[in-house]
Ligand binder design. Sequence first.
Ligand code: AHR
Length: 332
Amino acid sequence: MIIMAMRESVFFRAALIILMIVAAGGCAKPKKSAETGGIILGFSQIGAESAWRICHTRSIQEAAAAAGVQLLFSNAEQKQENQIKAIRSFIAYQVDVIAFVPIVSSGWDNVLREAKDAGIPVLITDRKIDIQDESLYAGYIGTNSVQEGRDAAEFLLTKFQDQGASAKNPIRIVELSGTTGSSAADGRAQGFREILAEYPEFRIIYSESGDFLRSKGYELMRSILKDYSDIDVIFSHNDGMTLGALDAMKEKGLNPGTDIVIVTVDAEQAAIDALKRGEVNCVIECNPKQGPQTIALAKQLARLETIPRLIHVNETVFSEGDDLLSIGPRGY
Ligand code: AHR
């Protein structure tokens, strides 16, 4: 009886363990990479808030298809919790590599530790993260937001030089900021302030987040124009918000680019067109075509190779003094 009970108990425990492994997705699914030599990349995108973002997604998808990488793509619809869920599902699925665009910089520690414990390398793309344990991700590829902010400020230094501004009679700047807590917004704000800190004749009189959305850029600008009549400059963290703000200014009878100097980031086709019409004065490129480099890095990680910790993609600045006819189609 006792031996039978022991045998039943051993059998029961073994069956339970097998059930748990299958339920957890453990050994149930062999990795595709082992079977076919291809790799599976889990990619968590933040959403489709701008033409820039749509181009970024397209670039990743096209590069994956061209390289024969199987892409598990997830759209988080602007919610960090959705990104965390997606990353957990990639871990359960045992993908070879995880890549994601962190909507905000903080709050990734736990899920990235889970990925590390599962032995899955993580590539951070487009936006950066703040994390104590740097070993929780393999590397970053994306844009240099701090430099974009510096470029915006440098343009203003040139634009307003010799115009007699002073700390008592300053150039009054309104900043339309991106998503609060994102490295794209924080970096642009930081780089902009870093340069202007030396020049008290430039004053940021108002700054508020428009979440990188055209609709919010419009609403924000409408309400700002009710409170302020003496704005010299708009520094907008993305073209989407800029285009909304231009609509609000024109509704008010203002001539953007002439009455108010406009500096914007991204370099979407619509912003370049506005630059050519004289409605925008400076466009800082934020390069969304990151797919080929991202996929190449993912392949290296799948081969367990070490990748650089930080790669910034190439970016440029377009401004009113340039030969604007030579700017080719932007593709976004
Ligand atoms: O992270 C890059 C930023 O995100 C782009 O400037 C903006 O358009 C997008 O939403």
